[in-house]
Design a binder for this molecule. Structure first.
Ligand code: NDP
Ligand code: 8X3
Length: 252
């Protein structure tokens, strides 16, 4: 039987690219996201390639997450891979001007939603003594930048949670990986700037950012190492992105 991957946030960007990549490689797919019409399109595209079970899900809703996992058709219950991809950044304002609701939405999605999905799927993996959780973190969880405040904080949580999860799973065959991308062109900036496509497009102007398929490639690679190999973290940046010296203010 082919392996089963559950991909959250499959309606766009990295999640959609992972769905296409894993389908091409013969995996069966469980796909979710909030936008039903996107899920319908994906199912139509992938139907000829692999069996797909798709359903709308807001991962901020713990009850809905648990219900969706409990209601999986029997041929999709033994999940081999959970890709905790669904997430978002909202705003790029300095902390003193940030919108509290944006912060709550990022925490509810990037932290709490990821935890709900993990907690719902992990017991089955431990029971079968087999499985892999790939979290999508970010370079924003490793390095600070102006306006990254709570978004970076949520991704730092994802990094440390991934490492602690590995610690808890020692003695089982369940693997954990945190993939930490840098700038990638998806709907990420459109969401961050709340539909302002001028602002979003400016982020990628004149450079070659990562593509969603580049990250799908990394997720697929991490998921297909020999069973005794755990990739703890993978940090990936486009060549056009690197580090700056510390900023110094001479006015303070
Ligand atoms: P996209 O905006 O293209 O995709 C985000 C996905 O998350 C969508 O499918 C969206 O689906 C889903 N999603 C958001 N909120 C929820 C929710 N509450 N419940 C269920 N699904 C949700 O962005 P990316 O593909 O770039 O982002 C994917 C992940 O990668 C995120 O965790 C992001 O933080 C991270 N990342 C992105 C980088 C980048 O530069 N692009 C770099 C580093 C990390 P829907 O709206 O249909 O619910
Ligand atoms: C997305 C990458 O650098 O825009 O997580 O925060 S960045």
């Amino acid at each position: 039987m082919s392996q089963i991957a559950l991909i959250t946030g499959a309606t766009s960007g990295f999640g959609a690219a992972c769905a296409h990549r894993f389908a091409t490689e013969g995996w069966r797919l469980i796909l979710c996201g909030r936008r039903q019409e996107r899920l319908d399109e994906l199912c139509t595209e992938l139907a000829a390639t692999t069996p797909v079970h798709a359903f709308p899900l807001d991962i901020r809703n713990e009850v809905a997450v648990n219900a969706a996992i409990a209601a999986l058709p029997v041929e999709f219950t033994d999940i081999d891979l959970l890709v905790n991809n669904a997430g978002l950044a909202l705003g790029l304002e300095p902390t003193q001007r940030c919108n509290m609701q944006d912060w709550q939405d990022m925490i509810d999605t990037n932290i709490k939603g990821l935890l709900y999905c993990t907690r719902a799927v992990l017991p089955g993996m431990v029971e079968r003594n087999c499985g892999h959780i790939v979290n999508i973190g970010s370079v924003a969880g490793n390095y600070p930048y102006p306006g990254g405040n709570v978004y970076g904080g949520t991704k730092a949580f994802v990094k440390q949670f991934s490492l602690n999860l590995r610690a808890d799973l020692l003695g089982t065959q369940v693997r954990v990986t945190n993939v930490e991308p840098g700038m990638a062109e998806t709907e990420f900036s459109l969401v961050r700037f709340k539909g302002d496509d001028h602002k979003a497009n400016r982020i990628y102007e004149g450079v070659q950012p990562l593509e969603a398929a580049d990250i799908a490639d990394v997720v697929y690679w991490a998921a297909t190492r020999p069973a005794h190999v755990n990739i703890n973290r993978v940090e990936v940046m486009p060549v056009c992105q690197a580090f700056s010296p510390f900023a110094i203010s001479r006015d303070a």
